[in-house]
Write a protein that binds this ligand. Sequence first.
Ligand code: SAM
Ligand code: SF4
Length: 353
Amino acid sequence: MNLNPARLPGQKSGKPVDKPVDKPVNKPVRLTDKYHREFPYLRLSVTDVCNFRCEYCLPNGYHRSHRPAVLTREEIRRLVTVFAELGVWKIRLTGGEPSVRKDFTEIIDMVAHIPGITTTAFTTNGYRLLANAQKWQDAGVTNLNISVDSLDPARFKKITGHDRLTEILAGIEKSLELGYGSIKVNVVLLKDINDSSLPDYMDYIRERPITVRFIELMQTGDNLAYFRERHQSAQVMRTALVKQGWTENIRRNGAGPAVDFTHPDYQGAIGLIAPYSKDFCLACNRLRVTATGDLRLCLFGDIGIPLRDLLQSDDQMPELKSRIITQLEHKKSSHFLAQGKTGLIPNLSATGG
Ligand code: SAM
Ligand code: SF4
């Protein structure tokens, strides 16, 4: 597989990624908690269905259950409108696999055009990216995150259950050509599976303006045995990066919990997301809503606040607004993952990672 194709038009080598991708709007964020954190960012799961079976997330694949139907487009419109009025300017659509929804492009188009929303992102396993990169960009996606847990096709297949690495990488190539504002590749760090793959990813981003983000494996309700076997601290990556001349970027005000490293010889950047590290939650800037309309104040929280009953007509929007503001007072200072408390979620496909 060619991991170093010709440079893209207009790219110069040796210049790390430095694009102003997130576009905060100049208006106050009304969502703040008692620890003085602001929440300008909403992650919205549009489905819990997924067609992959990543061994750390849905090892046996998705199974239909008798859960309520996912939010309709109208419900999503009301929800995002209210969050935007409360100062949210960045939305990430996630899942499950968001692109399995037949009306996914319409959802993007609608969300991206809600007044106040300036950054529309989504996280995908990339299986429909090659065919849809242009359409999704036209609909309004600015930021793309694609999960690629290995650059080795056999290992990729073992982790995800699908032999689709080549077409997913082709979809990323296409997205680069189209000039998406931000392209990130998510890699869940897995002991003895991909924790020695830093050189492969470095090669991959030498001439591509992509941020590769290594995410520490998180314990969920379903994956305790796997977690014990495969969890690897991101500290190993940090040590290797520093040793090879990568510099930790100064965090932008309001940036989320990822820590980014750059190097003058690489177009791309490397990010580390280490939820088990001390003080990870200090930089929390996001709220989540599940595919069936429950507000989650924390990915690993143990309360789900139903919002759906207030998404049934436009007249309910003021009430919805005050429910969100009131509930935010219950947001805790931190998750309790280190104590093994994983909260309500069986796996991340249920809430959206
Ligand atoms: N299906 C899409 C995908 O895989 O990109 C979006 C949903 S997925 C739940 C979002 C992100 O969460 C992915 O990057 C995935 O690798 C990550 N993820 C899933 N389970 C995880 C876990 N237990 N620990 C850390 N990251 C996890
Ligand atoms: Fe599906 Fe994403 Fe979970 Fe993989 S990580 S099983 S692609 S939801």
